[in-house]
Design a protein around this ligand. Structure first.
Ligand code: FMN
Length: 167
């Protein structure tokens, strides 16, 4: 897939078919995430793959976007390892790059996903449910699946609105 095709045509997918996503595909998606740049090549990201339906339902309880998670074939739960961090801003930026790589990989494989951030309001609950130490700080949950049919539109500011200066 052409890089610009991937960037411009990726959309957040919030409704999925019941078709499963294989563990192999989920690992490929995470691998693409780990090829994101990170400050000092620190790679502070950590992941939990959730395919178990009961655990997906448990995760869903931690967000007002419950329906999205409930309908997903799988979730990739993204953490930053606070014990592996060297710089707060830069390590968090690296996680963002990692997540975007994963979203593009999802799109490239013909799946769909949405980056869920609202669930961070319950970050400790999610971490405890997954039985992880306090050093694992929740960054996002990606709900993943085969996109249900439907038009997905998204808008952006014109690029001229966000370029501050041309010098
Ligand atoms: C940091 C962050 C947090 C987000 N949290 C949520 C969320 O909790 N629920 C949701 O439905 N979408 C969430 N999104 C997806 C955005 O709503 C979506 O990316 C945006 O509306 C643009 O749409 P597009 O991804 O289809 O281009 C989040 C995106 C980002 C980057």
């Amino acid at each position: 897939m052409d890089i610009f095709e991937a960037i411009y045509n990726r959309r957040s997918v919030r409704q999925f078919t019941p078709e499963p996503v294989t563990l192999e595909d989920l690992i490929e998606i995470i691998k693409a995430g780990t090829w994101a740049p990170s400050g000092l090549n620190n790679q502070p990201w950590r992941f939990v793959i959730v395919q178990d339906k009961n655990m997906i339902a448990e995760l869903a309880k931690f967000t007002k976007y419950k329906k999205i998670i409930d309908g997903a074939a799988a979730c990739i739960v993204v953490f930053v390892d606070r014990e592996a961090m060297y710089n707060d801003v830069k390590d968090h930026q690296s996680i963002g790059a990692c997540i975007q790589n994963m979203l593009l990989a999802v799109h490239g494989l013909g799946f769909g996903a949405v980056w869920l951030g609202e669930i961070l309001n319950n970050r400790d609950g999610v971490r405890e449910k997954l039985n992880l130490p306090i050093s694992m700080e929740l960054m996002a949950v990606l709900a993943v699946g085969r996109p249900a049919s439907g038009n997905r539109k998204s808008l952006r500011k014109d690029v001229s609105e966000v370029i501050l200066k041309k010098i």
